[in-house]
Design a binder for this molecule. Structure first.
Ligand SMILES: Cc1ncc(COP(=O)(O)O)c(C=O)c1O
Length: 452
């Protein structure tokens, strides 16, 4: 049927009666109909990203220097960008990839990681490609969590874990990382954020199915020591708990870095390692991630991934394959560490100048700064939704309004019960051009007048 003929016919067919139209309109407007949103997306507090964006839009200091979200202020290296452009010219790269990922990328990842594992990783059964690490983790929870199963996560946590665990009906059990006691007065190492292992052991119940670990850690910058990982791993082996080891910052470490799965064959059997090409290659918008682990775990993750999004972006998988194939010979892995460490050191000079203590990161690209010494005027006009949140939200709002630098309040990554642990800290992302870092430092000097 042609379009012109079809339209009057369809209009007649679907023409609602006036009373039905009115009823539908009223119930939709009142929010009382079946059309109301599911609990998993409704009733959430205003998220940190929209609060920060709103603060940035309202600030007199335009344009804002954005040190908040962890996206890169610069492009992937040319050898990877060119591979993406070339892939777009190839017919097969513009079509569906196999659900578990393109063979070339799986092989490139297996080749790149086998030396760390000390054995050959099987690209067909032990690697699966996902739409960013985030969707990979959602697939892992979808694959193993039944309603009521418990998942342990450490606070502060990457915020997406929460909804990813809750969607399949998982119950989250929180264990806090304890900040250094002298964090408000002295610069310390991110290593000084510690887990109380008695607390962790107490959190384990017969229903604990998974634990999520993040190393190098966002936002703390901690790289878990071999000893700490061994203790966590031993508890998981003893209690048969799957370890989801989120290692998306695995190429950015400034102290020795241990990969959970490499500790022992018993631990490896329970460990799914999470990776992100977005983080590895400065391309967070490409949405290419992967999971590696024992074949009997990975096959269920792939099954969930197939149902969630079928397969992931083809041409960018191809470009990431080239990234892994050539990174070593291009000297990219060494350069990524040197460059990020130099950004970290360059930016953190400002804290010595201001005499504000921070947590010296051991990995990743975030730094937590303790701003207890910054005196926010008691009558400062915060909007209600900021005034009702912990002090770090007020600090972040204040920084945007007064000096024009955006940063993230880390209590967003805590439960209400433990938010007090981080309410004097603010998180900055240093994965920005050096010029941006210098401009941020220049503006942050404006905090001096609030510290007398
Ligand atoms: C700890 C952590 N895990 C996972 C992710 C998500 O990675 P991707 O962008 O590959 O989904 C992020 C992104 O910020 C992160 O910080």
């Amino acid at each position: 049927m042609s379009r012109t003929l079809a339209q009057p016919f369809l209009r007649r067919l679907f023409k609602p009666t006036p009373s039905l139209t009115l009823k539908r309109f009223k119930s939709t407007m009142e929010g009382s109909s079946k059309i109301k949103p599911a609990a998993r997306v409704s009733g959430q507090k205003q998220d940190v990203w929209s609060i920060i964006n709103e603060a940035a839009a309202a600030s007199p200091k335009q344009p804002i220097v954005n040190m908040g979200q962890g996206f890169f202020g610069y492009n992937p290296p040319d050898f990877i960008l060119n591979a993406a452009k070339d892939a777009l010219d190839r017919v097969e790269c513009n079509q569906y990839s196999p659900t578990k990922g393109r063979p070339r990328l799986k092989k490139a990842i297996a080749d790149a990681y086998s030396p760390f594992w000390g054995r050959r990783i099987d690209p067909e059964t032990e690697v699966t490609i996902t739409t960013g690490a985030n969707e990979g983790m959602l697939s892992a929870f979808m694959a193993f969590i039944e309603p009521g199963d418990e998942v342990i996560i450490f606070e502060p946590f990457f915020d997406q874990y929460i909804s990813n665990i809750e969607m399949p009906g998982g119950k989250i059990v929180y264990v806090p990382m304890h900040p250094p006691e002298s964090g408000a007065t002295k610069t310390s190492s991110a290593a000084d954020w510690t887990i109380d292992f008695a607390e962790l052991e107490k959190a384990i119940t017969p229903r604990t199915k998974m634990i999520v670990l993040n190393t190098p850690h966002n936002p703390v910058g901690k790289v878990y020591s071999r000893d700490e990982l061994q203790k966590i791993g031993d508890l998981c082996v003893k209690n048969e708990i799957i370890i989801l080891s989120d290692e998306v910052y695995d190429r950015l470490y400034y102290v020795p870095f241990t990969r959970m799965a490499t500790l022992s064959p018993e631990i490896e059997k329970l460990t799914i390692t999470v990776g992100s090409a977005g983080k590895n290659f400065y391309a967070t918008g490409w949405r290419v991630g992967w999971l590696m682990g024992p074949a009997n775990l990975i096959k269920y993750v792939s099954a969930a991934h197939t149902r969630i999004c079928y397969s992931s972006v083809s041409p960018l998988q191809e470009a990431c394959a080239v990234g892994f194939e050539q990174a070593e010979s291009e000297g990219f892995w060494d350069k990524t560490i040197t460059d990020m460490k130099s950004k970290m050191d360059r930016f953190n000079e400002i804290w010595a100048e201001l005499d504000l203590p921070y947590s010296e990161p051991e990995g990743g690209y975030f730094v937590l700064v303790n701003m207890k010494k910054v005196k926010v005027p008691a009558d400062y006009p915060f909007p209600e939704h900021v005034a009702s949140r912990p002090r770090d939200f007020k600090l972040a709002w204040f920084l945007i309004q007064e000096v024009g630098v955006a940063a993230i309040p880390p209590t967003e990554f805590y439960t209400d019960a433990n938010a007090h642990l981080a309410e004097d800290y603010v998180r900055f992302a240093v994965c920005k051009d050096d010029g941006v870092l210098e401009e941020a430092k220049r503006r942050l000097r404006g905090l001096k007048k609030y510290m007398q």
